[in-house]
Design a protein around this ligand. Structure first.
Ligand code: UDP
Length: 471
């Protein structure tokens, strides 16, 4: 497996690796050097024992790192364009060397699975005659939009026609505010180039896997059957969220989580707490933080809020009003990072105010928690649209012209998903999808069958299963 070194990309790959290991495969997960220190204590290769019973069975997921030929101190979140420019050449060369080195130790590969945003890996696989699968970490709807953007470009918004809404098969009507920002006319060229290369590389890819499950995005999956069939194999979320034992290493965390919030949640009544978290990259504007803070004070509900820039000592570093922390002490808790899967599973949760990163959305689906969508960029606007109009498990906050959400709007949304006329319906729908997610990954479920089918394609393992993409 090959992926970019970001937490939101490595984690779904790691979880898929665990599923493959549970089916008897050995998985080598390769990413760039910058991720090495986050994974291990400076060892060159970390072997992860994924055995779930505490009985030594030997390691099955092997981590490997290759260079992107950039300075290790470079912040790749800030200079993503530099990394994306460098990787097709440096990554191809260094990944290829890695495969050769591992080969000299007797390790050969029967399949390479690469994450959608490292399309050059398909060339490395083709050069070596190794079958190749692409894993779209953003779900079937997003894959379908990217695919059509590349092949039916003229129907998408352009500088001449920036506000055209899109009617695509299998998807709700998409206005510009619902589209992934990478495809908008204003998007930086390196993102568009990456998307286009990802879709063009499909010619060299034998299978497309998506981090989703059939029942969640059935129409989008069916709509791709004639173009490039997709195999939903998710949701790739932490094991406890789908009723499986955690075992070792389900997630890589860039920051230490503050588990005291779980004890804090234990003391709150069932379905009472508003949880707010905006993923690993998004940083809210000061005015936005203030508006949310005022809304939380006014709504008088208990809340748990992840503010990443909050110092380790609790010192406020990013515009969270100090008097707010004092006034809401007891009612609310602000942490700099938490174990989101455990928080979402906690019975005290009422709803999740989310930036709508796909991992967060799948985790909310698997936990059966209603969502208040506050998307910012990339796939988040589309995920927000899906939450409201396709999954029907939440509401979306309306932004003002300056893209900031007012205090009143936050209060309105919290009311709508917790007590409003549709609150019950939203909660029931969330509970239905939670059940469906567990079934999909359980023995014989749609994703489980797709994983078996996929494995049977490049190994000798037989599969009685048909693919669950066009039923
Ligand atoms: N997350 C976490 N603790 C936090 C906030 C987020 O563990 O306090 C995890 C969350 O569970 C999810 C990931 O960070 O798996 C964020 O990924 P997502 O795709 O939602 O957003 P991104 O970080 O890529 O914007």
């Amino acid at each position: 497996m090959v992926t970019l070194p970001f937490q939101g990309h490595i984690n779904p790959m790691l979880r898929f690796a665990k599923r493959l290991v549970s089916k008897g495969l050995h998985v080598t997960l390769a990413t760039t050097e910058v991720a090495r220190q986050t994974f291990s204590n400076g060892q060159s290769t970390t072997m992860i024992d994924t055995n779930q019973n505490g009985v030594a069975q030997g390691p099955k997921i092997q981590l490997e790192f290759f260079s992107d030929d950039l300075d290790l101190d470079l912040d790749r979140n800030k200079h993503l364009d530099l990394m994306l420019q460098s990787l097709p050449l440096s990554g191809s060369k260094n990944l290829s060397n890695l495969i050769t080195n591992l080969g000299s130790k007797g390790q050969t590969f029967s399949c390479i699975i690469h994450q959608i945003f490292v399309p050059w890996v398909a060339d490395v696989a083709a050069d070596r005659g190794i079958p190749c699968a692409m894993l779209c970490i953003q779900g079937s709807s997003l894959f379908s939009i990217y695919h059509r953007y590349n092949n039916e470009f003229e129907t998408f918004p352009s500088f001449d026609n920036p506000n055209s809404a899109l009617e695509l098969p299998g998807l709700p009507l998409l206005e510009v505010k619902d589209l992934p920002t990478f495809i908008l006319p204003s998007s930086p060229p390196h993102f568009k180039k990456l998307l286009s290369e990802s879709i063009q590389s499909l010619e060299k890819v034998n299978w497309v896997l998506v981090n989703s499950f059939y029942e969640l995005e059935a129409d989008a999956v069916k709509s791709m059957a004639l173009f490039k069939p997709v195999l939903p194999i998710g949701p790739l979320v932490p094991s406890p969220l789908i009723g499986k034992e955690e075992g070792v290493t389900d997630s890589l965390d860039m920051w230490n989580s503050d588990d005291s919030c779980l004890e804090w949640l234990d003391k709150k009544p069932p379905s009472s707490v508003v949880y707010l978290a905006f993923g690993s990259i998004t940083v809210l504007a000061k005015k936005q933080i203030e508006n949310i803070a005022m809304a939380l004070r006014e709504s008088k509900r208990p809340f748990l809020w992840v503010v990443k820039s909050l110092g380790k000592d609790g010192e406020n570093k990013d515009g969270l009003p100090l008097e707010f922390l004092e006034e809401t002490n007891g009612t609310g808790l602000v942490v700099s990072w938490c174990n989101q899967a455990k928080v979402l599973m906690h019975p005290a949760l009422a709803c999740f105010v989310s930036h709508c990163g796909w991992n967060s959305i799948l985790e909310a689906v698997a936990a059966g928690v209603p969502v208040i969508a506050f998307p910012e960029w990339t796939d988040q606007p589309t995920n927000a649209k899906l939450v409201v109009d396709a999954f029907k498990t939440g509401v979306r906050m309306r932004t003002e012209e300056d893209r900031v959400v007012t205090k009143e709007e936050v209060v309105r949304c919290i009311f709508e998903v917790t007590e409003g006329p549709r609150a019950r319906e939203i909660k029931e729908r969330a509970a239905e999808l939670k059940e469906a997610a567990r079934k999909a990954v359980g023995d014989g479920g749609s994703s489980d069958r797709n994983v078996d089918y996929f494995i049977s394609q490049f190994t000798e393992q037989p599969s009685q299963n048909t693919i669950t993409s066009d039923k």
